[in-house]
Each structure stands twice: as C-alpha cells, then as structure tokens.
Design a binder for this molecule. Structure first.
Ligand code: NAD
Length: 483
C-alpha cells in the first residue's frame, strides 16, 4: 500500500536519528493491525484466481442434527448476544465458552445459570480456542472475535469437523476468503457468515417482493455502513485491545461492507443466477481519525503511536458491476457525525424501495405508496419466516429482532438437515469487497476483478428458501435468563 510504505519510511527515518524515534517505531509496530493488507500486489493476483469446485456448498444440506451442540469463541460485545439467543432455542446444547479474558467467560457462564447448560470454559491463553475446536462433542462453533482472527479460527474448526458461524466480516484478505471456500468444500462443513442484516424485516420484505417480481427487473442496489464509531474506536474499554482502531489505522478502504451488501446481494441473486464482475472504490481523505489521535495524545501518551497513521478516509464509496449488467453501490463511513444508515435501496424497472432514513418506503413508478398501500404490500409480501417467528424475535430483541431470527433460522436448518441461507461463497464474496477496495483506493480508484468463489456454479445455484416449507418446527424455550 503506497501510503503505508510512505508512512513507514518517514518513521524509519526518525528511528535512525534517536532512541526516542526507535521507541516510537516500536510502539507503532505493536499497535499495527496484524492483518493489514501490506502486499496490495498479491490482491490483484488473488482477484484473478480461478479454481474448480471440489464440492458445491451452495444448497448443501448436512445430515440433520437432533441436538445442536455449540461452542462459542469470543465473548465481548457481540458473542454474548448469540449465547443468550441460542440458550432460548429448542434443541441447542451450549457445551463450551471461550474468551482469552477469563472474567468474560465467567460472566457469560453466570448469565445462563439455571438454563440447564454446563459449558466448559476455555480461557487465559491466546490458543485456548483450539482446545474448544478439538472437542469431539461439538457440532457448531460460533466465532465473534476481532476480524483478523475469524478465518484462522473457522478453518481450524472446520478441519476438526465442526460447522462454523462467523461474525462479520468472515475474512480480511483474499487469501483467507479462498481458504474458507476450499476448507468448507473439502470438509463439507457449513461456513456461514452471520450477516444479521439479511434478517431485518424490511430487507426480508423487499427480498420477497423482488422474488415475486414487484420491482420488475432489478437494475441497481445500494447499501452502506454509516455508523459513527469514532468515540468507540478510540475508547480503551469498548473493543478488546483496541483491535478496531488498529484496523481503521492501517487499512484504507471499505472495511465493513457486508451489512449493506448482503441483503442487496440476496435481492439480486448474486452467486445464485448473477455474479459480481468488477469493482471501483473511491475514498475521501481522513478528516477526523488523526485529529482525534492528536487531541487525545496531548493528555495521554498512550495515543502517540496513533498519530500520523495511514488512516482510512471518512467515506469510501465502492461501485460494483454484475455479470447481468446491474450495479451495486456500497458505502463505509464510521467517523463522520451521521444518523445511522445502511441505505438499502432497491431500484427496479417497475418500482423501488428505500429503507433509510427510517421508516422504509416503497415506490411504484415515480411515487411513494401511501401508508395504507404500504400495509397492503406488507400483508401480501411478508415472508413466512417473519410470520412464523417475527413476533417472538421482536420480543426477544437484538437489533429489532433480526439477530434472534437469524440464530433461530440457522439452528432450525441444522436440526432439519436443510441448506443454510448464507453459504461459504457469500461469506467469501461479501468479505472480499474490503481487500478489493483497498487495492482500488491505492490505485487511483482503478477497477479490479471480483473473484468468482463459486467456481462457475453461480449459473445454476438456486435462490434461498423463504417459504419454510421444510423445517420451521424448532421451538423457542422461554427460560429465565439472568443478565
Ligand atoms: N453483526 C453485528 O451486528 C455485529 C455487532 C457487533 C460486532 N459484530 C462483530 O463481532 C465481532 C466481535 O466484535 P465485538 O464488538 O464483540 O468485539 P469485542 O472486542 O467486544 O470482542 C472480541 C472478543 O474476543 C476476545 N478475544 C480476543 N482474542 C481472543 C482469542 N485469541 N481467543 C478467544 N477470545 C479472544 C476478546 O477478549 C473479546 O472479548 C466482530 O467481527 C464484529 O464485526 C457484529
């Protein structure tokens, strides 16, 4: 990465002159994200890679599991919500909990006290998670650790015979994306990225509407992750070891694309009838990260190594062209003061949908439909998945119910031996947009090919099931969960 190298040389020059310089360099190195895509040239090669499938994991139904025995790795902000959700789902047995910080694992153990589970704890060591994956009595491993650990942990778990559910993004480099695909195909283990926004009610509604032809032919889709995390990223207590700040300090691109992209891809049938061809990304300069680091460093030397880092710019906009001539736009801004938005715009030849600013709206021809018409559309197009479990999911909560809906659906598919809604190709493709955007940003927004992780099977892969004709029979166990 050009700017990365420039920064390194500048600091290298300092180091030659004084011990202070050497110490600064050491401090900067220790705060660097371990997964920084330092070799941007290799991204180009990985993007052009083609390979034959070993086995098609799209639509793959693993043997059904009456009881799904689960282990969790990573119990920070996100992991515990999955533990809590799964503790309420029939047929789940929580067998193992892992976090490098013992107190976090102990806290979550307490939170499910009385729910009938006796999980073993794996803590206190960077590699304790490996022991969890090596257990013989687990079917599924949930991974909610920092981004740069996801792929490594998922591959290890699949190699040890476990299905995996990974938090977003599933991987941070193209090599890792390919590794996930290869391992999932070879082991025939599900590798699902937990893209919860695909289960938000408006997104599911528009997916069903698109399926039924409401929008006509889909022309264009837009998604985003616009969420001001400036304060959280610099806060020492929000993310473990400030991992998220390090990602944003060392990688320049569209770093968190999957929330906006996933639902649009499902509407367009990407990997299932259409495929992404190429991408261009343009990034603004950083207006706020370095300024914040400088301000904080005045009173707290801890932040000095975060001054003059190659921060990603405030706004990155990526545009993608698909094989059948459609376009997708996806944006990333986690620094500017903005009202939260994932956009979710679907534009077709007959109508359109736009979720943000809330509430979501539908248009036919050139006009928004009235409130009454919207209600009618909702009644007609709400998919069975929401009808079956939506009310309970809303009551339990988690981003308005989508988190529970996703966890419930995933367990229900595993218990009924059904294909999962998101497969390893989706995980790899949606995650690959981050490193591909880094290459484009570093190359004056030139275009870069997007790999076909499906090895050509996108032409015949079938759309995901929204009807719950099979399955849908997993109960929700109301237990008293202590917080
Ligand atoms: N889908 C969503 O809506 C959503 C929301 C929040 C976070 N996330 C994702 O969840 C993941 C975790 O984010 P977070 O906010 O919970 O971060 P976090 O820093 O709060 O949690 C990460 C946890 O991993 C643990 N950890 C670090 N190294 C470990 C190791 N070697 N072994 C075991 N545990 C280890 C840390 O102690 C920490 O508890 C990220 O991928 C993030 O993008 C998704």
């Amino acid at each position: 990465m050009k700017s990365n190298r420039r920064n390194f040389l500048k600091l290298g020059g300092l180091a030659g002159f004084s011990l202070v310089g050497a110490n600064i360099l050491k401090a900067v190195e220790s705060t660097k994200s371990k997964n920084a895509n330092s070799n941007l040239d290799s991204i180009r090669g990985q993007a052009l890679k083609q390979r034959n499938q070993i086995f098609n994991m799209c639509g793959y139904a693993a043997p059904k599991l009456d009881s799904v025995r689960v282990g969790f790795i990573g119990l920070g902000n996100r992991g515990p919500s999955h533990v809590s959700n799964l503790s309420l789902i029939e047929g789940v047995d929580i067998k193992a909990l892992c976090d490098i910080v013992p107190e976090k694992a102990e806290k979550i153990l307490k939170s499910i006290d009385g729910a009938g589970f006796t999980p073993e704890l794996y803590t206190g060591h960077t590699d304790a998670w490996k022991k969890l994956c090596e257990r013989e009595d687990l079917d599924l491993v949930y991974i909610a650790t920092p981004w740069n650990m996801h792929a490594n942990m998922a591959v290890y778990a699949m190699e040890h015979g476990k299905h995996v559910c990974i938090e977003v993004p599933a991987a941070t480099t193209l090599e890792e994306c390919w590794q996930l695909v290869e391992t999932s195909e070879r082991t025939r283990k599900h590798c699902m990225m937990m893209e919860n926004c695909c289960y938000d009610f408006f997104e599911l509604l528009t997916l069903n509407m698109a399926r039924q032809g409401f929008f006509g032919e889909i022309v264009h889709g837009e998604g985003a992750y616009i969420h001001n995390l400036l304060g959280s990223n610099f806060n020492k207590t929000v993310y473990w070891d400030l991992w998220r700040l390090r990602e944003n300090a060392d990688r320049r691109g569209n770093l968190y694309p999957t929330h906006g992209l996933g639902p649009v891809c499902q509407v367009m049938g990407i990997n299932r009838g259409d495929k992404m061809e190429y991408l261009v990304s343009m990034m603004s300069k950083d207006f706020l990260m370095n300024e914040t680091a400088k301000k904080l460093a005045v009173s707290d030397g801890f932040y000095s190594p975060y001054i003059d880092r190659p921060y990603r710019g405030n706004m990155t906009t990526s545009t993608i062209r698909t094989s059948s001539g459609r376009t997708i736009m996806v944006q990333h801004d986690v620094s500017s003061p903005n009202v939260y938005s994932r956009i979710h715009k679907i534009s077709g030849t007959k109508g359109a949908a736009l979720k943000y600013p809330l509430p979501g709206k539908i248009s036919i021809e050139d006009n928004w439909v009235s409130e009454e018409e919207y209600k009618g559309i909702e009644e007609r197009y709400t998919p069975e998945l929401i009808k079956r479990i939506g009310v309970i999911a809303k009551q339990i909560g988690g981003h308005g119910g989508m988190d529970f809906l996703m966890d419930w659906r995933t367990i229900d598919c595993l218990r009924n031996g059904l294909a999962l809604d998101q497969d390893v190709y989706d995980a790899a493709l949606w995650s690959s947009i981050a490193p591909l955007s880094e290459w484009s940003v570093a190359n004056r927004s030139n275009s870069i090919s997007i790999p076909d992780f499906t090895g050509g099977s996108w032409k015949t892969n079938q759309p995901i099931d929204l009807l719950l004709e099979k399955g849908g029979n997993t109960g929700v166990v109301q237990k008293n969960i202590k917080n």
